[in-house]
Design a protein around this ligand. Structure first.
Ligand code: CA
Length: 508
């Protein structure tokens, strides 16, 4: 039963597309039975905020439509004014990958956007950092205890001497040994670790701490002069001494770096959503999509990800591919993930989460239609397999799981130097290696978490701001954050999640 429903505000719903026979309730706290909308619709029962109401009678087996697309079929007759919860909807089959159109509706390139810059750290390889960090990675999990001990001492004894360096971070992961390193899918964790060490925020100075007998030999991650091998050291104290000595050499170099004016095209923006609700697709994600277009117009790389949240909307994406080859790469990533899920005897119904459902999302089709709004309207210029580095500009699909921490890790490996993260239910997620800016989908979340949410897109639902206005606000705040002029709440509090590798290959 729905409790605490209020009827003290004018009833309001959002219908996204003319074809929709459903709309979501905007009112905070939801609405009670009998609420009357300006169009004359009367609620036949209480409906929580963000949940769907039937705008027309929908007979058993008929299409339930949101965003102008079928999100499912009525399990039984749904009368006008009824709450459509997930038990009333039968999920449609996923779009067949053999039949989706490729590159037949490629949008014209958007008009270039000039005159916007940020203050970043220029790297020798042409990339730019948004932070100045000493990163110390590992070739195997065995060394993590020693590395953490060393990092604690580096932070206490060395870092204060080098004020231009923002942080020292250990890059933990569970890979490196006890793994089937020659299995075909091992390429994913290996290239992720390799590319993480090359992240633009580490300025080309990342160190590697290795053990000496592991399967992932440290030379595969960095040049010899950046490697400390623990089995070559005489005792624990010597290990710590060697790590600290090499760390100080890098800190001296990093400390000499200064921010300089960089074009927007030096940004690699990662887009992600976590704790989504039914508002995600009408407030935060379209505003982020608008901002994504601004970044693409400025020449930046923009990564959108999360295969399981794109799979059911892939037929809307492949037509936007810049050419058929890119369209086919997108399909290949979907196919690979379908088979990965099948191998684990799971399917796409494993997404959404209970929290997503509580927020009004009935199934992954509805979630996907809202999720792809983040990709804006530009042509899709390229596709990255999991863990690959972004070598081109424009809107790119970086194939990753939808899991926030795994997606974040893979986007870092792609070179992402600012992440824009939309959330409806709320998450304190953050990353140590690159700033994560949080965008809320609802006013109530901003009110509940004013010291965790960076921008509130809920104002779009309440009519206080337009998608364009919030889009520009996101764009400008990213430039401030990338320049170090502004800090995200996650960085302010030091909320940083673990790196979580995607390893679909066997562990031995
Ligand atoms: Ca996610």
């Amino acid at each position: 039963m729905v409790t605490n429903l209020r009827n003290d505000q004018a009833p309001l719903y959002i219908k996204v597309n003319d074809k929709d026979n459903t709309a979501i309730i905007v009112n905070e706290g939801g609405l009670r039975k009998g609420a009357v909308f300006p169009c004359g619709l009367v609620l036949a029962e209480g409906v929580p905020q963000g949940h769907k109401v039937a705008l027309t009678d929908i007979n058993e087996g008929e299409e339930v439509i949101r965003y102008g697309h079928v999100i499912g079929y009525a399990e039984r007759t749904i009368n006008r004014g009824t709450w459509i919860n997930d038990t009333l909807i039968k999920m449609p089959a996923a779009p067949p990958l053999e039949k989706v159109p490729l590159s037949d509706k490629t949008p014209a390139p958007l008009e270039p956007l000039e005159g916007y810059t940020f203050q970043g750290y220029r790297n020798k390889d042409g990339t730019a950092g948004t932070k100045n960090i000493l990163g110390i990675t590992t070739s195997v999990q065995c060394v993590v205890g020693v590395l953490d001990y060393a990092v604690k001492r580096i932070k206490e004894e060395l870092l204060p001497k080098y004020p231009n360096v923002d942080d020292v971070i250990p890059l933990h992961h569970h890979y490196g040994c006890g793994v089937a390193i020659h299995a075909p899918d091992a390429v994913i964790p290996i290239r992720t670790i390799q590319n993480l060490a090359k992240h633009p925020n580490f300025g080309g100075e990342a160190l590697v701490v290795g053990l000496g007998c592991e399967k992932l030999v440290p030379d595969r991650i960095a040049p010899r002069e950046n490697i400390i091998s623990l089995q070559e050291q005489k005792g624990f104290k010597q290990m710590i001494h060697s790590i600290m000595e090499m760390a100080e050499e890098r800190l001296i170099k990093l400390n000499s770096r200064v921010r300089e004016t960089c074009p927007v095209s030096d940004l690699v923006i990662g887009l992600q959503c976590g704790g989504s609700d039914a508002f995600s697709g009408v407030t935060a994600n379209p505003a982020v999509g608008y901002a994504a277009d601004l970044f693409v117009r400025g020449g930046a790389a923009v990564l959108f990800s999360e295969v399981t949240e794109v799979r059911d909307a892939v037929h809307l994406l492949t037509p936007r591919a810049v050419n058929e080859e890119v369209g086919r790469s997108l399909i290949e990533e979907m196919k690979w993930y379908d088979s990965y899920l099948r191998r684990g005897e799971a399917d796409r119904s494993a997404n959404p989460s209970p929290g997503n459902k509580k927020g009004g999302l009935s199934n992954v089709v509805e979630k996907a239609l809202g999720s792809v709004a983040k990709s804006g309207s530009s042509p899709i210029s390229g596709v990255l397999a999991p863990g690959e580095n972004a070598r081109q500009k424009g809107l790119l699909f970086a194939a990753t799981p939808a899991s926030d921490f795994v997606c974040g890790t893979l986007q870092l490996a792609a070179g992402m130097n600012v992440q824009i993260f939309t959330t409806g239910r709320g998450t304190p997620y953050g990353l140590a290696a690159a700033p994560v800016m949080k965008v809320s989908t609802r006013n109530a979340l901003q009110a509940q978490w004013p010291d965790l949410i960076d921008i509130n897109a809920g104002r779009i639902a309440s009519g206080e701001a337009s998608i364009e206005e919030v889009g520009w606000e996101i764009f400008r705040m990213v430039l401030d954050i990338a320049s170090g002029r502004k800090q995200t709440w996650a960085d302010h509090w030091g909320l940083h999640n673990d790196l979580c590798l995607f390893n679909p290959a066997p562990v031995t």
